[in-house]
Ligand binder design. Structure first.
Ligand SMILES: [Zn+2]
Ligand SMILES: [Zn+2]
Length: 394
């Protein structure tokens, strides 16, 4: 039975996967600068005798072909970049690159996919079809490594019928995984807004155009885009986390600067909301005698897990781990560049539980105390191998 073989191989390589993860964790690199990480991955692929190609500077794409007949192709994806965060954990494998930290678990994704590669290499005689391994750069930074890899042809020659991605989730206990079919994560756009007026003495408002009051109206009115124009059946979020009006008690400033984020799960509405927000902000500023530069930096699209693939993958995960270890996920309004694969190929992005309350491993991703329960690697490598060979019809 292929399942038992994979489970055995996965147990055999557990210590190696932990060691690889710790090496990557201690040596994190920022988005688009994953030079040593990429060389580390290349070295491991060389050891396994797996051929690979470089893509998007630091990305790698490799193929493992089973010995049995089969033309199916499935892609497995891991991301490799870290974040600009000072690690606060006191662990042996603490970041040695100060101010940079694997705080989103991409070290776990990369070491797990290397483990999966080892399992599949040893299992070649047991399956038919081709597994494409994608080690991509820069998930955390626009325009996103996934979009560059796709532009450079990562989803061609051969073209995968499915793309599967695994991401750590500190809300789910280690040993379990989570799935959601359909729309799962949000599109993200960054908003950079400057409201212009005419500054002056705070005691003489009649001689000035107060950009602070204009901004107050704009901030309040823009929430109507979410509460009145958006379809309540489809989530939207608009948040402004930065508002700078650098005047004083008695000084009205010339301008106010704002930064915010707009997120949703519908590409048509996303475009319409952009137009509405810009028009509303400009109109309010103009009606009050000022002006407004409303700039939108387009981020990742929304992420959709294709229904048929996700149902099948979930079924295989239940088969591999037991039904009790597969849970449902809620919609998650964060963004993820895996969304680019999901916009052009049937895709499934699932979550690997990495929580261990007893050991205090509960911190959210993107925080200085984030860590993963490494017991999760007992399933992360074998599960991906199993999902791939099942998807290939073995
Ligand atoms: Zn992240
Ligand atoms: Zn991430």
């Amino acid at each position: 039975m292929i399942k038992e073989k994979i489970q055995q191989l996965s147990a055999d390589i557990f210590n190696e996967v932990v060691a690889n993860r710790r090496h990557l964790h201690a040596n994190p690199e920022l988005s688009f600068h994953e030079v040593a990480t990429s060389a580390f991955v290349a070295g491991k692929l060389d050891e396994l005798g797996i051929e690979y190609k470089k893509m998007a500077d630091t990305g790698l794409v490799a193929l493992i072909k089973g010995d049995k007949p089969g033309d199916g192709v499935v892609a497995l994806r891991a991301d490799m970049d870290a974040l600009p965060i000072f690690e606060a954990n006191n662990v042996d494998y603490k970041s040695t690159n100060e101010g940079v930290m694997h705080a989103c678990g991409h070290d776990a994704h990369t070491s797990s996919l290397l483990g999966t590669a080892k399992i599949l290499t040893e299992l070649k005689s047991e399956f038919g079809g081709t597994v494409k391994l994608i080690f991509q750069p820069a998930e955390e930074k626009l325009p996103g490594g996934a979009s560059l890899m796709i532009k450079e042809g990562v989803l061609e020659n051969p073209k995968p019928a499915a793309v599967i991605g695994q991401h750590v989730m500190p809300l789910i206990e280690a040993g379990k995984v989570g799935f959601r079919a359909g729309k799962y994560m949000a599109s993200t756009d960054e908003l950079y807004v400057t409201v212009k007026g005419k500054g002056g003495h705070g005691a003489q408002p009649q001689q000035n155009i107060d950009p602070v009051i204009i901004t107050a109206h704009i901030l309040t009115a823009l929430q109507q885009v979410v509460s009145r124009f958006a379809d309540p059946k489809s989530p939207s979020v608009l948040s402004f986390g930065k508002v700078i009006a650098n005047g004083a008690t008695n000084v009205i400033p010339n301008e106010v600067y704002l930064e915010g984020t707009f997120r949703t799960l519908d590409e048509h509405w996303r475009k319409e909301a952009h137009i509405k927000m810009k028009k509303m902000a400009e109109g309010i500023a103009e009606s009050m005698g000022g002006s407004c530069d409303f700039n939108i930096m387009h981020g990742y699209p929304f992420l959709i897990n294709e229904e048929v693939l996700t149902a099948a993958t979930r079924g295989h995960a239940e088969d591999y781990l037991g039904k009790e270890n597969v849970v449902d996920l809620d919609i998650w309004m964060a963004a993820e560049d895996f969304a680019y694969y999901s916009q052009v190929a049937d895709s499934c992005f699932y979550r690997l539980g990495t929580r261990n309350e007893a050991r205090g491993i509960t911190s959210s991703v993107h925080t200085p105390t984030f860590d993963v329960e490494e017991d999760a690697f007992k399933i992360s490598t074998g599960l991906m191998a199993y999902l791939a060979v099942k998807q290939l019809g073995n």
